[in-house]
Design a protein around this ligand. Sequence first.
Ligand code: NOJ
Ligand code: MG
Length: 553
Amino acid sequence: MPVPQGEHVHDQNPPISTTIPATSGPERPWWPDAVIYEVYIRSLADSDGDGTGDLQGVIDRLDHIQALGVNAVWITPFFPSPGHDHGYDVSDFRGIDPTFGDTETFRRLVADLHGRGMRLLVDVVPNHTSHEHPWFRAAIAEGRGGTEYRDYYLWSDPGPDGGPPNNWLANFGGSAWTWEPRSEQYYLHAYLPEQPDLNWRNPRVVEEWVDILAHWIDLGADGFRIDVAHNLLKHPDLPDNPVLEVAATEHVPAGRVRSARGLDRVYDVDQDEVVDLFARLRERLPRTHAGEEPFLLGETVLERPDRVERYLQAGRLDAAMWFGTDRVSFEAAEVARVLRTPGADTAGTFGWFLSNHDRARPASRLGSADRALALAAAVLAMPGPYLLYQGEELGMLDLEIDPHTARDPIARRAGELDVSRDRARSPIPWTDEPGRGFSTAEPWLAHGPLPEHGSAATQHGDVRSHLNRWRGLLSTWAGLRHQLPASASVDHDADLLTLTRGTLTVWVNFGGEAVPLKRPAGAEILWRSQPGGDPATLRAGEAVWLREPTRGT
Ligand code: NOJ
Ligand code: MG
């Protein structure tokens, strides 16, 4: 039964509990086929009328999140930050920015989530700090040769020509090196100059991070989403990266400006030994309030799945995001190519997703919300957690970027409006009113177009809506996911994709014409992406979930 939505009412105090009821046996962790809802905190719901979403806003919308049937919530950074990269430039890793709430609000959120049987992942940013972080300030004050904080960062003298020490490029434009005049050296930053990279070869940095993660576990976190996990180590000799003959400009958007895509990133990301850092961290982390090992999900922005698999070897990350499905077109062959299962020597799984706060909305990118749902129905069935980005359940569309109101540094500094990440960050349309039920004030970023099926409130009451189709899919998944084997096979024939995982078969018709739905004898239709329809026909752009009868019954 969906929970009443629309105008939200606080009817009772949240139940207070510090532990979460076990949802699976001790032998099986909770996450392998979990659905994890990504909250982009600035844009979910604003409780205090300052135009920016906040932690209390998340608490206020837990009925919606719970009614979807998700198992965990990942919340993007809410730490103190000057906001040059909207929270991914952190000036205190243990604090909470007053824009978003305080430790008390965080504790209430944890208690409410746990009371509802959901877990919480904190989004941590270990690759870099803000330039306003006390460590960076101290490193500058100490200067060259400093022994306390200087080595928390990566410094270098100029290259032979007096310029930066090598040709590495920052993801948001320009050189990855910025001159620091007071201490007269360059420092490295993979992103903005306001985001200096930490030196993870310094054991003191590792110690700091053990302590930071333990702090959030102590406050009730069940795990972490680790920002740019592949980026933590750089080649110690700082060699130039090879120049690509053909710059990788066709993949738009890739969270990097075009001018930063001309190098083969051999030496500044995904170093062989980076995966061992996660083993070192894991060994040192305490258990969560529920007595579990904290779940570690890495953001691994890599082109090759075999490179992602390295992060999943035993004792390292539990899940690593595989960036294969966030830019596929609506084509059976292409989708079949990216639906991969990690090799036998891995203990973890890929983390699957169609979108997040850095990527285009799937309903825009793929041409319709129906197509996005059909693709999601195949991706969800793959072994590994599915990361459902807020608004995907409503079929939200990209925000059209206006150069005057753009907020993302990719638009504001590099001027690349068409790859600006603002597109996916507009506030959630809870209602049809002009403020969309998001805030009583002007929102920090403009509202996007209303989804095809309307606001959350409208969709709630419409059984055929995108929202209710997602709810149907996830409740079907909840009933199945614990019974499925850990591997799937994927095949395609012309426009028809077939995914088989134990008794579950998923068919997706990527073509423009209906095709016969050849159901094996006794197979039952569990769910279909378009309402109604003839049981013998798979419509254009439609996905169907079938359950084969179990042999011997
Ligand atoms: C990935 C995050 O998702 C993105 O939003 C951020 O700008 C970069 N990492 C840098 O922290
Ligand atoms: Mg607010």
